[in-house]
Write a protein that binds this ligand. Structure first.
Ligand code: ADP
Ligand code: MG
Length: 382
């Protein structure tokens, strides 16, 4: 991949790139809809990466090209980047240049050519991979000295304010900060991070990602509705965010809420924050198999309390668990996208086959299944 992207750059721009960088997609192990409640999430980086060959320019020109998209080189001027005007893929890397310049960094141009193995639209954050690979390349080339968390926040700013997608900082933080063989515990209040050991292969385990390849229209607007419901819950409980409701006080808090819908949302968020803590406690003492039931509990909470699952995701979880998985849950925003399945490595073929057969029997589109090997965050390749 490194060589292919390097050669692609040379063919396009007629010079050798100054360097090649990679940034991964991610999958969230546990902690869903907790980020905007200032709670906890626990993503891991995937082996799938966006790889970019990049060189500096001094003439204010920004040239962008993706090997994965039909179309010519996109040529822009760094001093004429306008938020929310570009609806093409180029808005992601251009947004990073914009965010860096907004933060006072003198980026005077760049040539960039990239290719990515992160599936798009499967909830695995191909967009964050694009942003973070651009941010890391420019940080190195322009010697900006920004830390990984700082690069993640700038990449988030690019997606929020330049592209116009109101995402949290989890995806970019995972892509920028993850470490091989670990999951990343991110506190969405103070943005502190901790690497939690999660070496599946060493323990004979595997985590499968099952991309259902569906996206239900029901999801449109559901995120905003859940978010508003959580904010209402916090208001009624007299806390700034649901993060501030201790798990020990959950029953008492629920008893104070008259609205059944708000009660369900509060129960999900407070219990999912607690599940993140339980998973960390188990991983810290090497009890990796024991997190399986916690994942499945998390799925039930997303299905029954937050109500963001769908028949395809439920079928993955139920089939996986019925055919020997240690646990499974939907991951990401819901109404489609992907699920994760924890299993003995020796059982993954059987489980994969069972899921594929169940999808065929139900008349669903064939899912895409691959192992989520906890991988390294963004890095320079050459
Ligand atoms: P996700 O981040 O969950 O994969 P998004 O909708 O946030 O989905 O981001 C997908 C978008 O990112 C694509 O529509 C495209 O604009 C951009 N993108 C992702 N991968 C590539 C790529 N390899 N080349 C060009 N653009 C890409
Ligand atoms: Mg995205």
């Amino acid at each position: 991949m490194t060589e292919r992207v390097r050669e692609g750059f040379t063919r396009l721009y007629g010079t050798v790139p100054e360097g090649v960088w990679a940034a991964p997609g991610r999958v969230n192990l546990i902690g869903e809809y907790t980020d905007f409640n200032e709670g906890f999430v626990m993503p891991l980086a995937l082996p799938h990466t966006a790889v970019a060959a990049v060189s500096r320019r001094s003439d204010g020109v920004l040239r962008l090209h993706s090997a994965d998209i039909e179309g010519p080189v996109v040529e822009l001027r760094v001093d004429a980047l306008n938020p929310l005007t570009d609806t093409s893929w180029a808005a992601y890397p251009a947004g990073v240049v914009w965010a860096l310049r907004q933060a006072g960094h003198a980026i005077t141009g760049a040539d960039l050519h990239l290719s990515s193995t992160v599936p798009t639209g499967a909830g695995l954050s191909s967009s964050a991979a694009l942003e973070v690979v651009t941010a890391l390349a420019l940080n190195d080339l322009y010697d900006l000295g920004l830390t990984r968390p700082e690069l993640a926040r700038l990449a988030q700013r690019a997606e929020n304010d330049f592209v116009g997608v109101p995402c949290g900082v989890m995806d970019q933080t995972a892509s920028a900060c993850c470490v091989d063989g670990h999951a990343l515990h991110l506190d969405c209040r103070d943005l502190s991070i901790r690497q939690v050991p999660f070496d599946l292969a060493a323990r004979g385990l595997a985590l499968l990602v099952v991309d259902t390849r569906v996206k239900h229209a029901l999801g449109d607007g559901a995120y905003a509705e859940r978010r508003a419901g959580c904010e209402e819950g916090a208001r009624r409980l007299g806390v700034s965010h649901l993060r501030d409701v201790p798990y020990e006080d959950l029953d008492a808090a629920l008893a104070r809420l008259s609205d059944e819908r708000v009660r369900r949302y509060v129960r999900h968020v407070v219990s999912d924050d607690h599940r993140v803590q339980r998973v960390i406690d188990l991983l810290d003492v090497g009890e990796v198999r024991a997190i399986g039931p916690v994942l499945t509990e998390g799925h039930a909470s997303l299905r029954d309390d937050l109500r963001i699952s769908c028949p395809e995701l439920d079928l993955v979880v139920d089939t996986a668990n019925a055919s020997g998985a240690l646990g499974a849950r939907m991951t990401g925003g819901g109404f489609g996208g992907s699920a994760v399945v924890l299993a003995e490595a020796s059982a993954t073929d059987t489980i994969t086959k069972a899921i594929e057969e169940a999808f065929t029997a139900a008349g669903f589109t064939a899912p895409r299944v691959f192992p989520a090997i906890p991988s390294a965050g963004a890095r320079r390749l050459s």
